[in-house]
Every structure is written in C-alpha cells, then in structure tokens.
Unconditional design. Structure first.
Lengths: 292, 300, 287
C-alpha cells in the first residue's frame, strides 16, 4: 500500500488531526509492549543477578528449591509443541478457509464459519479439561503414560486452528473478484485457481495468521499444563511428557518465593526472546515477499 | 447488597440501557445484565443491629483454601451486613507477600509456616490430609513406605514387583513448591531431585483425573478431594499409609501421618474486623462449611 | 501430451477436492465431539435459575448470575478500551505508514511479540501495574484493562489486514475527487475493511472471554454481584477453571458454565456480524 502514502500530496487539516490522534493511540499500544517487557525484566532481575544468565542454560537440572535453574529442556518442550501444532494447524486452517470460501455450498459455509468462531472463544481450561479426560487416556492406551508431547501438540492444534482459519478466511474474502473471474475466463479449474491465483494474492493475510497462531501456540498455558505431563526433560519422542515454559510459570508461580519466583520471570523473558527470534527470522525470510 | 443500593444500581443500569440501546451491542449487554440483576434474589438478609462491624476485608493466597474461606466469608457477611469479604487466589506465597506488603488484610497459606515467616501471626483453621491414590482396577491393596519410596525414586518401575499386574508404573508427582509435595517428601524423607516422575501436576483435581484416566498410575492428592471423588464413582482408590487407612476421619483424630495445616495469617496481631473474622473462621460455627468443602476441622 | 496434462490436472483437482472436504469434515468432527461433550454433560444443569442465582457451596450448587454480570462488565471495559486503540493503530499502520518504514516494521513486530506473551504474564503484569501502581485494586476495571492489553495485538493485526485488503484504487479515486483522507477513510476504506475488523473482533472477544490466567490476578475471585467497576468480580472462565480444577464435585456445574459461555459467545458473534452487516448496508446506501 505504498501508493496510499503518495496518493495525495496535500493533507487536509482534519487529516493532520486524525494523524495525531492515530499516533496517540498507537503510542498507547506501543507503550503497553514496553511496559510489559520492562515489567518482566524488573521482576527477573534478582535471579539474573544472583544466578547469572549462563546458569539458566548450563545447570544440571531444574530444581529451584535446590538451586538448579536449567531452562533448556523447557525451551525445547515449547519449541517442539509449537512447531508440531503450527505445522498441523496451518494447512488444516487454510484448507478449511478454502472450503468455506470456494467449496462449501452456501448453507453449509455460514454455519461452518460460525463453528470456527465459537472454537476461538472456548476457554483453554475447557480444551485442557477435554484433553485430560478424553485425549490423554486415549493416548495412554496407545502408549503409556498418556500425558505427552503428542497430547500437547494435538490440543494446541485444535486451539490455534480457529486463529489461522479465520485469518485465512478473511484474507481469502479480500482477494479481488476480478482475479477469480479472470482465472475462470482462462478456463482454470477450481483448485488450480486457488493455488495459482487466490493463495498468492492472500499471502499477506495468511502470513499474519501464521504469526498470530504461532504466538498463541507459544503463549498457551492452561490447556498445555493439563495434558503435557509437565516433566522437565528434553523429549526423545512424541510420547514423552514435556514441560513448556508457560506451564512452568503457571505451575510454580503460586508457591514460588525469592529467586525461584524471579527465575520464573526469567522463563517469561526466555519465552519473549524466543518469540522475538521467531518474528525476526520470519521477517527476514519473508522480506519483500509478503507485503508486495 | 441492601435495597437502596440495589435500586440505585438498577436505575443506573436502566438509564445506561436507554443511552446505549440504539448504538451498539454494549447496550444489549447492559440490558441483559440488568435483566439478570432483576431476576436475582437479594443476597443478604440484613439484620439491622447497631453495634455491627463494617468495612472490607481483603484476603488473598492459596487457591486450595479460597473456596473454603469464600464460603466462610459469605456466612460472615450475612451476620455482619456492612462487611464485605473479598477473597482472591494466587497461591500461598502470594498470600504471604500480600500480607507483608499490606495489600491484603489476611493471607491464606496451605502449608506449615516457613522459618522466615515465623514473625507473621498464623491461625490454623483446618487440616488437609495427603493420601496416595491408585486407579480402581489396580489390584494392589497396600504399599509399604519402602515400596512407595522405591516407586517414587524410580527403583521400582513395574507393578509386578509390588504384587500387581505386569505393567509399567506411571508416577504422578506434584510441581515444585506445592505444599502437598513438601509434606509428601517430608514424610517419606525424599529430596525433590530424587523423584523420578512421568507426570507432574498442579491441582488436586488434575491429579485425580490423571490417575482416573490411567490404570497404572500412582499419585497423591488431598484426602478430602479423593474421598469425595471416590464416593462419586470416579475410578480411584485411596491407599492406607503406614498401616492407617486414609480418610478424613483418621486425619481428624490425628492418626493419619501425612497432613498439612491450612492457615490464615496477618502482618500484625489482628484487631477489630480482622480479628472478628479470624475468630469466626476458627470457631465451631463454620465446622459444617469446612466439612462441606472436604477439609478436616481442627480437633478441639 | 495435452491429454496427460489434463488427466494430471483432473487428478489434482480431485485430490484437492477430497483434501478440502476431508479437512472440513475432520475439523467439524473434532469440534462436534468437543461441543457435544459439553452439551451432553452440561445441558441438564442449565436452567433459568442457574443463569440468575448466585453460586452456593463454592459453585457446586446454585447458579452463575453474578458471574455473568461480571463477565459482561469485564468484556465491556476490555472492548471499550481495546477497540479505539486497536482500530486507530491499525489505521495508522495500514494507511499512514509505509510498509518498509522502520516505525511500521518495529510496531508490527512488537505487536507480534506481544501476541505470544503467555496470559499468566499478562496477569502478573496487570496485577503489578493496574492493581498496584494505578491503585485500582482487584477490580473489574483492572481485569478489563489487562484483557485489553492482551487482545490488542490480535485486534490490530487482523484489522490492519482488513485495511490492507482494500484496493488502492478506492483511495486514488477518492483523492482524485479531492476528498480528504479522513473522509476517504471513514466513508470508503473503513466499510470495505469491515471483514478484517470483524475477524479481529471475533478473535479478540473469543480470547477475552476465554481468558483465565490473566484474570485470576486482576479481576479476582469474588463471586458476589458487582456493585461498581471497582469491585472484584469473577469471570465465567475463572469459575469454570475453579470448578473443574480446584473444587471437587464441581464438574457438572463446570460443564454447564462452559456451555453457557459457548452460547453467550455464539450470541455475541452473531449479533456483531448482524449489526455490522446492517450498518454496512445503510452506509453504502446513504453515501
């Protein structure tokens, strides 16, 4: 949308007013980000000071009561759970948006979309509860103990699917009709049109959807805490229990004191660092190709 | 809530309703809230007694205690119409921290007081036993302390060894810092580093549901919770510990070896409203609530 | 040659058809399973009394009246704060900022980071900032504001996508007619960007209404009928969490509350899209 910047050289007084208003609103949004990061750092500082950054990655284990603070297994846990769920949810979400827009008959498309909207609003505790009483015993029959990386990935997939599906749906809706008509005029069949015309035209929205779902997958707490088993270990298979950084915070914050508490905030910082890394690399990979 | 406030509230809601109704969904929400409010029976039957206490008590701390203290608070509010008792959760350590910083009048702590907390006046209100649970279909009827230690340290990994079926044991442990973990480890003289668990959980109910969903699991939870769930047909079974059957009864008469006290704490010796509430929470008048919430009243 | 390509193309089409319908079926099945579970366990406990009565015996008996009111108020505060900030920022990002400018990139990326902050961190932040620093205490206001911080990234990013999708030709034609950009924005671009905004709103409301961890530390646990926005009030999701995880024997009412929450969400979502569709129609007719 670079052209929107140059489409009028002249700004009306109302435009200036609006611009300042918008800047003010954006400043508030920016301020929130800064405040939260600052808050995390301030709370984490005692642990960083007493324990040192390195020990969070080199200690033999995570036993804060005995003074060991290794976060790496949980970092892996978070990464695996996130990667697994994003890899499954993204194609499912995009395909289900495609279904909604181009395959489903109209009377089916609307309730289907409503269904997905609903799923976006079910509390994570309900997903977690369902995972705990339905999914985990099922996996347990397959390969004990049950609470595992796999359970986490499946629950996360269900939870983030609405985000990507709805974002994809909205961006598909925004693809100009001319493109599709043009493709139809060329005699392209449905899937070829979607693959060759629609999806490339919608990539900016799809990309944002993926980023948002990834964020949700990383940040999810309650459901993952109930189904993942929460054992601090680097998983060697999908049936191994894992603990994510978020679950670590939620599990132990209630009783944590002093350095232990601060160490949990370090988990939060590590999580943030991870997201920054992801976002920056996504930006780098996609540079110039997403917002064309 | 007494009547005038209630009416004023409705009035405000009504006018808000008129303002918003043409604009957006907010109006709908407010109107709906108003409807609900009108449909709600009056909460407190206030007795107008002149020498009553008034004010607001903020109580924060252990989530285990929160439902109990919340219910006690409601009954206290009914006795003292001008008192509001706000109960918040967030964990035992939050209770201690908030009381120290003066953010809360009373803290709830679901464990024994630590050495550096001895300066805070603590008032036990109830007890809670910690019992070992298995899946109902597990044929093992009892485990000696040594067997439990062997299982939790990973030396015994198959139920066959302790007289059960040939199946791998799923050890369910509590998260670091939880008071049930602390009393459990203390009784069995274990270090949390020695425990080799397959599942780590937070709340009691999560423990019950995990064991109920896994035939080969062993876990430990609050006895009150387990007893209730067992009676409701949840497929779990409480095991005796040290030869004593695990039940609220044995916790009550002091024969059951693993239990934890549930405390209310204050920063300074309590006076006024705070004292009145703590006295009330420790009195016999709330024993029925304590039993109702599946905790064990203190023997007198 | 052409024949074999056509065949391959047809196969591709067939495969895609199966895949797309398969996905839809899978998604629907999973969700029907989940929702069915809720309805199955919860429906028998939902009644008018359940919706209006206050909870008793820690929520095992009684209803969820005050909790519904608190939830509505928290959501109201959240949206009242998040919508203006969210839409404003989105407009600034999409309409007044070049995609490659440092400001745009940094803002966008920091919002993406914010989207991944775990909700419990939001809760602790809200507790430290709104409850303590700003002195709002455990209150509906603190809870709503914390939620607003939380839904902002979702709201901004999806609204921005909505604006981004409006064809540039709209803006160019308006500029050629000498319309100010404010006018263009309000009368042309905004209505066209509604689908994106709607998704943001639906996702945001969904996230807000489903939130547990962030609210435990901010709006609190008190299940009394709130008398003002400065009172503590328990949200529905916290009630569900407490009943299912902390209160033994609360499962039945937890299911019922979850069912109510889902129905509530359905009502909100369809009202929002109805109203928007209606407003949009009128807008296009009058302008």
């Amino acid at each position: 949308m670079t052209s929107s910047r140059s489409n009028t050289l002249f700004l009306w007084p109302t435009d200036r007013l609006l611009l300042w208003l918008l800047r003010g609103l954006a400043a508030i949004a920016g301020l929130i980000v800064v405040l939260i990061v600052a808050f995390l750092i301030v709370e984490a500082l005692p642990a960083l000071h007493h324990v040192g950054v390195l020990r969070f990655f080199t200690d033999p284990s995570w036993h804060p009561a005995e003074g060991f603070y290794n976060l790496t297994p949980m970092l892996w846990g978070t990464l695996f759970a996130m990667a697994g769920s994003v890899l499954i949810a993204t194609p499912l979400g995009i395909l289900s948006a495609v279904f909604c827009r181009y395959y489903a008959p109209l009377p089916l498309a609307r309730p289907y979309r409503r269904l997905i909207e609903l799923l976006a609003g079910i509390p994570s505790v309900v997903y977690g509860f369902w995972g705990l009483v339905v999914l985990v015993p099922l996996i347990g029959e397959l390969h004990p103990p049950g609470p595992s990386l796999l359970a986490g990935i499946l629950i996360l997939t269900i939870m983030i699917l609405p985000t990507i599906a709805l974002m994809a749906d909205a961006s598909l809706a925004n693809v100009p009709q001319q493109y599709i008509r043009g493709a139809a005029a060329l005699g392209l069949p449905r899937w070829a049109t979607i693959r060759g015309v629609v999806l490339p035209a919608a990539k900016s929205g799809l990309f944002t959807g993926v980023i948002l779902e990834t964020g949700r997958a990383i940040g999810e707490t309650m459901a993952i805490l109930m189904v993942c088993g929460n054992v601090v270990q680097t998983p060697s298979g999908i049936f191994d229990p894992i603990r994510t950084l978020t679950a670590n915070i939620a599990l132990e914050m209630a009783y944590a004191l002093g350095d232990h508490r601060a160490a949990l905030f370090v988990s939060g910082l590590v999580l943030m660092a991870m997201i920054v890394t992801l976002v920056v690399s996504a930006e780098w990979i996609s540079r110039g190709r997403i917002y064309g | 809530m007494n009547h005038p406030t209630c009416l004023r509230y409705v009035h405000v809601q009504m006018s808000a309703c008129i303002v918003f109704s043409r604009q957006n969904i907010l109006g709908l929400l407010v109107a709906w809230a108003t409807l609900l409010f009108l449909g709600t029976p009056n909460l407190a039957t206030a007795q107008t007694n002149r020498d009553q206490l008034s004010g607001k008590l903020v109580i924060t701390g252990a989530s285990t205690l929160a439902p109990l203290i919340s219910e006690i608070g409601k009954r206290f509010e009914r006795l003292q119409a001008n008192v509001r008792v706000d109960v918040q959760t967030g964990g035992s350590s939050r209770g201690v921290a908030d009381v120290r910083q003066g953010l809360a009048d009373i803290g709830m702590v679901s464990r024994a007081m630590k050495d550096d907390e001895k300066d805070l006046p603590a008032f036990p209100v109830a007890r809670d036993g910690v019992g070992i649970i298995l899946h109902k279909e597990n044929p093992v009827q009892a485990l000696s302390d040594e067997q439990v230690i062997a299982i939790y340290t990973g030396k015994t990994t198959n139920w066959k060894v302790v007289g059960g079926k040939d199946a791998t044991i799923t050890v369910v442990n509590k998260a670091e810092g939880r008071s049930t973990l602390e009393v459990f480890l203390h009784y069995f003289k274990l270090m949390s580093m020695d425990v080799k668990a397959q599942v780590v959980i937070g709340d009691n109910e999560q423990g019950v549901k995990t064991v109920a969903g896994n035939r080969n699991a062993i876990g430990y939870v609050s006895i009150g919770t387990a007893e209730y769930d067992e009676s409701q047909g949840v497929p779990i079974r409480l095991l005796p510990t040290g030869g004593v059957a695990a039940s609220t009864e044995t916790v009550r008469n002091g024969t059951f070896p693993i239990s934890r006290p549930l405390h209310l704490i204050t920063r300074t010796p309590p006076v006024g409203l705070t004292k009145a509430f703590i006295d009330y929470a420790q009195s016999k008048a709330v024993h029925d609530i304590i039993t109702q919430q599946y905790f064990v009243p203190l023997a007198d | 040659m052409a024949e074999s390509m056509k065949k391959r193309l047809n196969m591709c089409e067939g495969l895609a058809f199966v895949l797309v319908w398969g996905t839809a079926a899978l998604v629907t099945a999973t969700f029907c399973w989940l929702l069915g579970d809720l309805v199955w366990h919860g429906l028998s406990h939902v009644s008018w009394t359940f919706l209006t009565a206050p909870p008793e015996n820690a929520g095992r008996r009684g209803g969820i009246g005050p909790i519904l009111v608190s939830t509505a108020l928290i959501l109201g505060v959240c949206l009242a704060v998040a919508l203006p900030i969210g839409i404003g920022t989105a407009v600034l990002l999409a309409e007044f900022t070049s995609d490659h400018s440092l400001f745009g990139r940094v803002t966008r990326r920091s919002l993406d980071v914010l989207a991944g902050v775990p909700s419990i961190v939001f809760g602790l932040f809200g507790n430290a900032f709104f409850c303590k620093t700003l002195g709002l205490g455990f209150s509906i206001l603190s809870g709503g504001l914390t939620l607003a911080c939380m839904v902002l990234p979702i709201l901004i990013r999806s609204t921005e996508e909505g604006f981004r999708a409006v064809p540039t030709s709209y803006r160019l034609s308006a500029a050629a007619l000498g319309l100010s950009r404010t006018t263009t924005l309000i009368h042309l671009v905004l209505p066209a960007a509604v689908p994106g905004l709607l998704v943001g709103l639906v996702l945001g409301v969904g996230r807000a209404i489903a939130e547990t961890a962030a609210l435990i530390f901010t709006s609190g646990y008190v299940d009394r009928m709130p008398e003002s926005l400065l009172d503590s009030g328990r949200a529905l999701s916290i009630h569900i969490f407490d009943l299912s995880m902390n209160v033994s024997g609360g499962d039945a009412n937890a299911y019922a509350s979850a069912l109510v929450l889902v129905v509530l969400l359905l009502v909100i979502n369809s009202t929002v899209s109805r109203l928007t569709a209606y407003g949009l129609q009128r807008k296009i007719m009058t302008v």
